[in-house]
Design a protein around this ligand. Structure first.
Ligand code: RRO
Length: 308
């Protein structure tokens, strides 16, 4: 079986791609992703101006994942617009990720990427690691303001990178905005923000920024990510493509996201740990699992979670 899927009408030739996050901010890093089994080339979230990011240590591997507070280190959106034509030769979808520091920033960057060579635009409303800048998607009014200003700026499909939600009322409110502004895809979830890991030996947090508060990733957050994918699948089914993110390190993990309703999965922590070979490995494991279970395609299993 050869896995194919579609995100917002754009064809992906595997179920697995990199998440906006580690090792995707320079052209060299993006070329490594381009040459790997990743279904697409996802770029690091960018800002209007280049940023160095937060002080180190800012990324720490943990037994079951990672905690980080990178603080949006990136080259500024204009560089990523220049990278796109150089990545086209790899013949896979290119996805920009934009993270504004205010609403005007989102408008400026979406406008520019609409005229660029990228195929999809992921709008990151959920960076948890900026001092004194709460995650946009926890403020439904600001989320609507951003959406009202960025929809209609061009024809390239727009998606939202969402934070974890823990209440059905919140899933419903965001789903309403997604419907109203015709968002084409969602990526859920971003890291679980403002968590704290303490090293009892040193009696300190393990990362420096924000007094140790950072985004939790990996196995720890998989059940939260699965719940988000499932909740949005039930609310939005055929109206939006869903990419699951959070704790995917095997084909079995990817299959769980597929049952919940994901059209693809994105990988961050496992990519950082294992390198770019993880995409092909996980996609192959998923293919073998689907075959063993008698599914002829990804589509046959999508959303088919059975209830007790
Ligand atoms: O760069 C980061 O600190 C970062 C971002 Br933009 C994000 O969206 N999520 C995250 O966990 N870290």
């Amino acid at each position: 079986m050869f896995i194919k899927t579609k995100i917002a009408g754009v064809e992906f030739n595997s179920y697995v791609l990199n998440a906006s996050g580690p090792n995707d901010s320079t052209l060299e890093e993006l070329e490594i992703i381009a040459k790997s089994g990743s279904a697409a080339i996802m770029m690091k979230s960018c800002t209007v101006e280049p940023r160095k990011g937060n002080p180190e240590p800012r990324y720490v591997r943990l037994p079951l994942g990672s905690i980080q507070s990178m603080g949006l280190p990136n080259k500024g959106y204009q560089e990523y617009i220049k990278f796109a034509p150089q990545l086209k030769k790899f013949n896979k979808p290119i996805i920009a990720s934009v993270a504004g520091l205010c609403t005007d920033d989102y408008v400026k960057m979406v406008e520019a990427f609409q005229k660029s060579d990228v195929n999809l635009i992921e709008v990151n409303l959920s960076c948890p690691n900026l001092e004194a800048k709460p995650q946009v998607a926890y403020d439904f009014e600001q989320t609507e303001e951003v959406l009202s200003r960025i929809s209609g700026l061009g024809k390239k499909p727009l998606g939202l990178k969402l934070p974890p939600y823990f209440e059905f009322a919140h899933f419903q409110q965001i789903a309403e905005l997604i419907r109203k502004y015709k968002v084409s895809f969602i990526s859920c979830i971003n890291s679980v923000g403002n968590t704290l890991i303490i090293d009892p030996e040193t009696e300190t947090p393990v990362i420096k920024p924000k007094k140790g508060f950072g985004g939790l990733c990996g196995d720890y957050i998989k059940p939260i990510a699965l719940a988000s994918v499932r909740a949005f699948y039930e609310l939005l089914k055929d109206k939006v493509s869903i990419m699951g993110v959070g704790g995917v390190k095997s084909g079995t993990d990817a299959f769980e996201f597929l049952l919940a309703g994901a059209d693809a999965v994105q990988i961050a922590t496992t990519f950082e740990k294992e390198g770019a070979s993880c995409f092909e490995r996980i996609n192959k494991e998923l293919e073998e699992l689907l075959k063993r279970k008698g599914y002829a395609s990804v589509q046959e299993a999508k959303g088919k979670l059975k209830y007790l």
